[in-house]
Each structure stands twice: as structure tokens, then as C-alpha cells.
Design a protein around this ligand. Sequence first.
Ligand SMILES: C[S@@+](CC[C@H](N)C(=O)[O-])C[C@H]1O[C@@H](n2cnc3c(N)ncnc32)[C@H](O)[C@@H]1O
Length: 296
Amino acid sequence: MEVTPAAKQALMCFLISNLTFIVCFLTGVLGSSSELWALKYWGPALYFCLINFVLKYCYKGFIYEVSIRASGLGAAMAVGMYLVSFNNGWKVFGLYAVALTFFHFSEFVAVALSNPKTVTIDSFILNHSVQYTAAAVASWVEWAVEYYFFPDLKTHFWLSSLGVVMCIGGELLRKTAMFTAKHNFTHTVQFVKRPEHQLVTHGVYSLCRHPSYVGWFYWSIGTQIILLNPICVFVYALASWMFFRERVYAEEMTLLAFFGIQYDEYQKKVGTGLPFILGYVPENRRQNLKEDHWSY
Ligand SMILES: C[S@@+](CC[C@H](N)C(=O)[O-])C[C@H]1O[C@@H](n2cnc3c(N)ncnc32)[C@H](O)[C@@H]1O
């Protein structure tokens, strides 16, 4: 596996920012115990301005764009780690911030390592879609409203840790899928077959046809369990399910066109892995499925 300059740069900036913040929190320079008013309230914003200035001076183009995002994610993750030390609702928000920032950072690194030719700034998937951003904001609003009116609701830490387990499991499955599929994995669905595109049916792909989607599906629900957001748990489960049902349908139409009988055989043996999602079933097999059994 080739460690590309983009992966190295992202890792370096993420770690430097993360460790700088952790040291500042531990020494009391930043955080609620800080004696310095400006740092206590504006520390992260001041750091961001400073690091942006330094990075702009040192790097240009793609590497600068990677550096600033990785630095921001590293710093945000450290703020999340700091909040985890609280003994109130901020603790669960801190855990959520750690899960979210790690997910976006590790997506970039996973693409940069497993399929370097396709790595772009979008590999951080920070700008996934308007719906994705709206869903994130909705979950912050729900957390804030409930924390304000029912602070005790946000202190069921044992339940929140169930969300942490779901996020770790989802992350592991998704990243294992990315490293298994390697150059065959792309963030966007391919509608034209590239000559080097091969069908992957081994490793986690022998357990289910869409391991990265299964991982993301449970990860997204896990984030809301971490936040102890009762409304968003259901909304996220439903919205993710609908999103992946459509995505899998479209993706499997293309995979059947690319790989024909090979994919047809694979579909017969292995389920999608997503609850109650069948994927694209060709007309000639639909009847048999009704008579036989529906495997997910
Ligand atoms: C975001 S990846 C998702 C892969 C897969 N659906 C999963 O959940 O692990 C989308 C790309 O992977 C490709 N792909 C999906 N399943 C594949 C397989 N079993 N073998 C090779 N390529 C696959 C599709 O052609 C598509 O362009």
C-alpha cells in the first residue's frame, strides 16, 4: 500500500492540531479554567485564524486545502475530547464530535491509501449533500433544545456508549470494505465501466453486498444514540434507509450491466446486508423470489 503525500499531509496536520489542543486543554491555556479571557472564549477561533495564516504561507492548492480541513478536524476532535471530561449533557456532545470528526478525517485517509488515483478534496465528504448538512444541524438543534429543557435526558451515559459501539462497528465495517474493494471503490456511483473495474466478492463482500453502506447506516444511527436524541434516532434511521434503498437500487442496475451473470450469481448467494432492502432484482428473477424466499 502506497502512503501518498496527501495521506501523509492530512495525518500530520490532523495530529499536530489535535495534540496542540489537547496540550492546551491539559495545561489550562484553553478551556473553562483558562485565566486568559480571550483564549477561554475565543481560543479555537484564534487558533484557526493562526493556523490558516501559517498553512496559506507554506502550502498552495490541493495540499493547502487538505491541510486546512485536516487541521480543523483535528482541532474539533480535541474540543470533543475535552467535552467528554464533563459530567453533564456536554459529555455526549463531545463523544458525538469525536465520532463525527474522526469519520470525515478517516474517509479522506482511507481513499488516499486504498484508491489514491480518485482522491480529491471531496473525499472528506464534508459537503456530501444539502440533506446531509441539514440532518447534522437538526441533530445539534435537538440536542440543544433537549439539553436546555430536560438536562437529565442527556445523562444516560450507558445508552450513549451503545451509540459509541455502533459507530466503532460501523466505521470498522466501512473502512474494511474500502480497503477490500481498493480501486473498485469510489465515493460516487460509476455509470460507465472502467477497464480495471473488477467485481469484488471476497472478504466482507462475501458477508453482504454493500458492507460500506451497512457500516455507514449503523454509524449514522449510532451518532444519534450517542447524542441521546430520541427524535433524530428515528428520523436518521428512516432517512438513511430510504437513501440507501435508492442508492443500492441504482448501483446494482449498473453492476448488473457491468458484470452480467457474474453479479447475478453473486446476488443469489449474498444479501445486501441492509434490513428489508433487496436491491435491484431483474424481472426474470422477481417471480422466483416471490415463490422462494426474500434474502436481504
Ligand atoms: C461507494 S462505493 C459502495 C460499494 C458497495 N456498495 C459497498 O457498500 O461496499 C460505490 C462504487 O462501488 C462499486 N461497487 C459496488 N459493489 C461492488 C462490488 N461488489 N465489486 C466491485 N465494485 C463494486 C460500484 O460500481 C460503485 O461505483
